[in-house]
Design a protein around this ligand. Structure first.
Ligand code: PLZ
Length: 452
């Protein structure tokens, strides 16, 4: 056997893949098992995986494996392929660009697509103020740069992040991330001048938005002080932390306090961005205009790209040469981003996210009515989650959550878990999934839950 001995007749991905759940072997099938054995021998064990399959094609709402199984995709590679995997416009743009040139380094010889992505981001992010953007490779790198920019602009150093927040796996972003295991444990010491404030978590704290904000602001004022604080960074909806939607008025009050205290408000929209929540950005759903916004994931249909976009005077505070990186704004990724943003806008994907959300919420709420182990169903647009609890005590039930997720994958539905307590199943389907497939996936979730 050679390294290229993968499935014969590998199908092409994209929306023309048959949109069906099809199990022809148990999961993992024999070819997938071979790959997993090679993975175990060759890849560092710190790199895990959720679905034990060898992916060979994906598109619409399915992922096809090397054994010929077709799984329903409710994860989009963690909210990345929102336009649909191998979207035809993305494929075409990437193929054209890769045949032209693959890299010059934007800091050496600029090219048009980088500027076009910056223009598009400045246009589609919330707020009518003058904006500028800079491009990077990953979400973590965008967050790192947003903090650098805020520090330079304010001349201050401290950064406040929130309980349940997730911002990445680099040193500064690990410091900003709340959860120790698996993200931080054993990887310290972490970057200094990072402080944590309590979130609004309506299901668990029962506080109104303004009350939760007052609690956070009081801690920020007493433990950090506005005079020392460069930036507050928050995900409008916590992603890895459990799809926690803050109570009405929470974010607005935090933004108001930042404005009054010369603190840069950074919205980390890396998971919530690009039509996912029923608007191009979740900030719109909460009526806030962040000073800076970090984006990645859904920006480029699966190619690695990230950005910081924000008020021109803040973005321009940095000396020339202070921002950059060899690959930031790679031309192939930029071509994919232009095609993806075009698809979000021309295919009405934000409205589609809301429709998907209606289906998910209706079915999950119906399940919840007869199953008290579902403590909460929440989310916006096609970013929906169910939080599992012990019905008596309300305590998080991580074991049940893991069992349900595992059973779904075995039955051909890729679902992801999340949450500080590991007790949340999150639904992040590609926005190109059809209602039939979505409903079939939810049938599988329902039977997995009934059996657990
Ligand atoms: N900010 C809000 O959701 C990435 C992490 C998966 P990168 N979330 C998925 C994992 O276990 O590593 C994320 C995010 C928010 C920042 C990031 C970081 O983005 O592109 O993974 O660096």
């Amino acid at each position: 056997m050679t390294a290229v001995d993968t499935a014969v007749n590998t199908p092409l991905g994209g929306p023309n893949l048959p949109q069906e759940r099809r199990l022809v072997t148990s999961i993992p099938g024999p070819r997938s098992q071979q790959l997993l054995a090679r993975k175990a021998a060759a890849v560092a064990s710190g790199v895990g995986h959720t679905a034990p399959i060898e992916a060979v094609a994906a598109g619409g709402g399915v992922v096809v494996d090397a054994d010929g199984n077709s799984l329903i995709d409710l994860g989009s590679g963690i909210a990345v392929t929102s336009v649909g995997n191998a979207h035809p416009k993305v494929v075409e743009a990437v193929q054209a660009q890769v045949a032209q040139f693959t890299h010059t380094c934007f800091m050496i010889s600029p090219y048009e697509s980088y500027v076009a992505v910056a223009e598009a981001l400045n246009r589609i992010t919330p707020g009518a103020h003058a904006k500028k953007s800079a491009l990077f490779n990953s979400g973590a790198e965008a967050v790192e740069n947003a903090v650098k920019i805020a520090r330079k602009f304010t001349g201050k150093q401290a950064v406040v992040a929130f309980d349940h927040g997730y911002h990445g796996r680099t040193n500064l972003t690990m410091a900003l991330t709340a959860k120790s295991m698996p993200y931080k444990s054993g990887f310290g010491p972490f970057a200094s001048e990072v402080y944590r404030a309590p979130l609004s978590y309506p299901f668990r704290d029962g506080l109104s938005g303004p009350d939760a904000a007052a609690r956070a602001i009081s801690i920020i004022e007493k433990q950090v002080g506005a005079d020392n604080l460069a930036a507050v960074i928050i995900e409008p909806i916590q992603g890895e932390g459990g799809f926690i939607v803050p109570a009405d008025g929470f974010l607005n009050a935090i933004v108001g306090w930042c404005r009054a205290n010369d603190v840069v408000f950074i919205a980390d929209e890396i998971q919530t961005g690009f039509a996912r929540t029923g608007a191009m950005f979740a900030s719109e759903r909460f009526g806030i205009e962040p000073d800076l916004i970090t984006t990645a994931k859904g920006i480029a249909g699966g190619l690695p790209l990230a950005a910081v976009t924000g008020r021109a005077e803040i973005m321009d505070a940095t000396h020339t040469g202070g921002l950059g990186g060899t690959y930031g704004g790679n031309p192939v990724a930029c071509a994919a981003a232009i095609a993806s943003i075009d698809a979000y806008e021309s295919e009405g994907l934000a409205a589609r996210a809301d429709e998907i959300g209606e289906v998910l919420k209706a079915r999950l709420t119906e399940l919840q009515a007869s199953d008290p182990r579902i403590g909460d169903v929440r989310g916006l647009g096609a970013m929906i989650a169910a939080e599992f609890v012990d019905p008596e005590s309300g305590a998080p039930d991580a074991a049940l959550t893991a069992a349900v997720a595992k059973a779904c994958i075995a039955e051909g539905v890729i679902v992801l878990t999340c949450g500080t307590y590991g007790n949340v199943i999150r639904f992040l389907p590609p926005l190109t999934i059809g209602d039939d497939l979505l409903n079939e996936a939810l049938d599988v979730v329902a039977s997995a839950l009934a059996a657990a």
